[in-house]
Ligand binder design. Sequence first.
Ligand code: MG
Length: 376
Amino acid sequence: MSTWAIIVAAGSGTRMGAAQSKTLVPLLGVPAIRRACEPFSAVCEGIILVIRPQEQPLFEEALRGMNVTFAPGGETRRQSVENGMRLLPETCRWVLIHDGARPLVTETLVKRVLEKAQASGAAVPALCVFDTVKQADETGRILKTVDRQRLFTVQTPQGFSKDALTEAYLLSFGAATDDAAVMEQAGFPVLIAQGDPRNIKLTTAEDITMAEKLLAQGFPRIGFGFDVHRLVEERRLILCGVDIPYEKGLLGHSDADVALHALMDALLGACALGDLGAHFPDTSQEYLGVSSLLLLKRVNELLASRGFIPYNADITIVAQQPKLAAHIMAMRQSVASALGIDISFVSVKATTTERLGFEGRGEGISASAAVLVIQG
Ligand code: MG
């Protein structure tokens, strides 16, 4: 009662402007075909990958370490699937046929389709149509509005009883853009399983950008920052945007808010956007005496423009003097407001070094910060 997957990747990348199969394109560093195959490994006894034979070395490299059997692609999609089916073992009872250009397929979707197919003989993942659908003549004039209630867009993997699919391929000879159509032509019932809107098909170059965005979505990124400023007389002491009464203050080109500098470096670091000095050079008159709270808001805007949202922040300030306990709440509130997040996601801690080192001797204050940033 074993299940096998046939993954079809025998098309060329011409619509994408690529010379080789579009399924070999890397998505966030991992070849699309590897992403397309992996969810089947846990569910299927074997994977048959249908490719253009001349590309086999490229696919072997992309799928290194995975157990995959190669089949040669045919002139048409139909022939490619038939070539794959010829390699199915006798023991195979269920077949999942997947398009190699759908790399965002998940194990959850694979299992959902397989379960429905095992209960009914054949199942395909599909999505409801939410747009109003029109039918037009060849001049572009609308003939009618189609009832969308019963319309679905269909994806892969499509799941079938191997015996039924084999028979359907023997009985049907028409052109088919998917395997469900072959089953329909042969008179076999095919049921709909809930599809996955993220399970997009790579067709144009824009789809690669979209797929990478979808893959990155929701993944947290960690950032860490550290800074030191010297304590001198006749300077204000500003920490996390809060004025702290003290006989000395921190020396620097800006307001020298060491805590916010560490925080900004952490935020930029999480997004691999360089460091504070690169964005606000201390050679620029524009930033002479500037409030670091203002710079923090700018960093936050920069992150937002790249689709990054700060999730939480944890700042540690190392100072022998002054005592900061009374200012912690004000500092947390100041950072939370600048980042546009709730105060419960901002932590500010103060510690001493037991009089050891430059902080302990009161020569300077250091700060470190850790942040988590979400890609929205
Ligand atoms: Mg600094």
